[in-house]
Write a protein of this length. Structure first.
Length: 305
């Protein structure tokens, strides 16, 4: 037995190498190349020259560019905050309900909650765009005596970003729900029974026993939400457009990066790959600043030290 374990240990690298090659080619190399590109000029002819931190200086000081960047960054944080407060809170609430052994039809409700995550984002965005259009859905809502819902939600700069964020939460709430459900199912029933014998109520059991025991999962979901929201693009593109309409009210880092480095900013329309790479680099730094402390606090890294 020991010999077999030793032989297996010698050949584990064979199984890691293919995944490592794929990761290096499609993840690590593009990341390093993007970092390098942020220090080069964004000449569309391909003749790029080293410009140092000029792209970053332009991003933060040019009045026409910096205003769009700071606006997109603020909107991205709002987009993330809504997902944390709505999507993930609903996810853990649904998980608590779905892990209640006295509840009937739990599997049916799990399926209903998870179904939206199987839809294509473009289809989801288009359908919700129709449902939120007062010209299309207005007559039906009026017949249902829901006149207060007849409003151009996507056309108002005060409500557009919140509505797009809530649609995204509706589509993806199934993923944190399933992750929280799996985590709560692994909480030892003996601890819960002992707490009930001692007189603890449901809220006390949830906050003092369940939440601390699923903290690594909570941290991982927070990280996934953070990373996905700061890389979001498709839902805004589907429901509004790449310009973050109306009036850049839904403009986030993903749409700003697309306009800058791929489509070209209005009205010139010439892509600036160097400036786009600078936006991607700053986003990467923000992600590291948020992910690393969260990993340290929630994944037991502090205790291992």
């Amino acid at each position: 037995m020991k010999k077999n374990i030793t032989m297996t240990g010698k050949y584990w690298i064979r199984y890691v190498i293919p995944a490592m090659i794929v990761y290096i080619v499609f993840m690590a190399y593009p990341l390093v190349d993007s970092l390098k590109l942020s220090f080069l000029s964004g000449n569309p002819t391909g003749q790029r020259t080293f410009v140092g931190f000029a792209n970053f200086v332009k991003l933060f000081t040019d009045p026409n560019i910096s205003v769009r960047y700071w606006s997109a960054l603020g909107h991205t944080f709002i987009f993330f905050a809504i997902h944390m407060l709505v999507q993930n809170v609903l996810g853990i609430l649904f998980a608590v309900i779905l892990t209640d052994t006295t509840m009937q039809g739990r599997n049916i409700y799990r399926t209903i909650i998870f179904i939206p995550t199987t839809f294509a984002v473009l289809i989801t965005g288009y359908l919700w765009k129709l449902l939120l259009n007062p010209m299309w859905a207005g007559p039906m809502l009026q017949k249902l005596k829901l006149d207060f819902l007849v409003y151009p939600w996507l056309g108002d700069t005060k409500t557009a970003l919140v509505v797009v964020s809530l649609v995204s939460c509706w589509q993806w709430v199934g993923i944190p729900t399933m992750m929280f459900t799996a985590a709560l199912q692994n909480v030892p029933e003996e601890l819960i029974e002992a707490a009930r014998i001692e007189g603890a109520g449901s809220w006390l059991i949830f906050t003092k026993i369940k939440v601390p025991m699923i903290m690594p999962v909570i941290g991982m979901i927070a990280i996934l939400t953070f990373v996905n929201n700061f890389n979001a693009f498709d839902i805004v593109f589907a429901m509004e457009n790449a310009n973050g309409a109306p009036g850049y009210a839904t403009d986030i880092l993903g749409t700003l990066f697309y306009r800058t480095s791929i489509a070209g900013q209005h009205p010139i329309g010439i892509p600036d790959t160097g400036l786009g790479a600078a936006i991607a680099t700053i986003t990467f730094i923000i992600l590291c600043a948020g992910v690393i402390p969260t990993l340290y606090k929630t994944q037991g890294l502090k205790d291992e030290e």
